[in-house]
Design a protein around this ligand. Sequence first.
Ligand SMILES: [Zn+2]
Length: 94
Amino acid sequence: MECEICNGAGWFQQPNYQHEVMEWTQCLDCLAEEKYQQDLLSRTAKLISKTSQEKMSKMLAVFCVKKIDSSRLETMLKEKNYISIMSFLEVNLK
Ligand SMILES: [Zn+2]
């Protein structure tokens, strides 16, 4: 749901009556939410990091096999194309 204060922009205009101008003000609701999301991300990453690299690789491989067309995946494997498989994961795990 979009923020009702700033419509998701992170900033909104507010009148400054003393100087009779409109001022850009940072939306504290969005800032707090952003900080919370970052904190959630780092705590989640910390917990997941307890797993082994082998187990993590296997979980991601299952995802790749399900989502990437077999012949495309074969090409990536044949070329040992680490960059394209990692970009695929980065884009598709969002
Ligand atoms: Zn906001």
